[in-house]
Ligand binder design. Structure first.
Ligand code: SAM
Length: 126
């Protein structure tokens, strides 16, 4: 997916500077960069089940990690344990589990949604 397309998707997510954001299946961390650019006191937790992708995403977003704005974690969405954490925005782009919307992925993701929060799931064919 092009950076322009991901930038437009992040605009649709309407991230505010204080938001706690969860990205599922962050891949190389391109959307994560756009999200972090919107944050001041908020935080992004980005997960991907691929350690290789998380390494790439960490490299790309090293400055945001150092600034305390982002954490990148290897994890599978279906088995992820996030304790009491809740998020104002949840994003998943091209993650197959979210293909059938609203499907089981919605129920799973809603566990982590803060009151008034929003989930944006985009699945377009590459
Ligand atoms: C097609 S890539 C899209 C990456 C990025 N969201 C983008 O649009 O550029 C799908 C990503 O989702 C991750 N993924 C797929 N299923 C997952 C799951 N159940 N839990 C966490 N990550 C998952 C894959 O490892 C892969 O990096």
């Amino acid at each position: 997916m092009t950076s322009d397309r991901l930038a437009a998707i992040v605009r649709d997510l309407m991230v505010e500077p204080h938001h706690r954001v969860l990205e599922i299946g962050c891949g190389h961390g391109v959307a994560a960069t756009y999200i972090c650019q919107q944050l001041q006191t908020g935080h992004l937790l980005a997960i991907d089940r691929s350690a290789t992708m998380i390494e790439a995403a960490r490299r790309r977003n090293a400055a945001f990690i150092t600034a305390g704005l982002a954490t990148f974690q290897v994890g599978d969405f279906e088995t992820l344990e996030l304790g009491e954490q809740r998020f104002d925005r949840i994003l998943a782009v091209r993650v197959r589990l979210f293909h059938d919307w609203p499907g089981p992925a919605r129920e799973l993701a809603e566990r982590w949604l803060a009151p008034g929060g929003r989930i944006l799931a985009v699945y377009d064919e590459p």
